[in-house]
Design a protein around this ligand. Structure first.
Ligand code: SF4
Length: 62
């Protein structure tokens, strides 16, 4: 699975971090970090994160 976050849209509020902490995290400056090629076992988490993102900045590509 490939995950792409549009960093021009992302406002670093972190809803995705709560939904999928294995994939999304915040650095010490509060900027979003993410795993661009997470294991398929994490797909449900990532889909939930994409649904929750208020800016719709998360895209899942196979
Ligand atoms: S939920 Fe969306 S806007 Fe918020 S940090 Fe995650 S990707 Fe960025």
């Amino acid at each position: 699975m490939k995950v792409v976050v549009d960093m021009n849209k992302c406002q670093d509020h972190g809803q995705c971090v709560f939904a999928a902490p294995d994939v999304f995290s915040m650095d010490e400056d509060g900027r979003l970090l993410y795993v661009p090629d997470p294991d398929d076992a994490l797909r449900d988490e990532v889909e939930e994160a994409a649904d929750l993102c208020p800016l719709q900045a998360i895209r899942i590509e196979d």
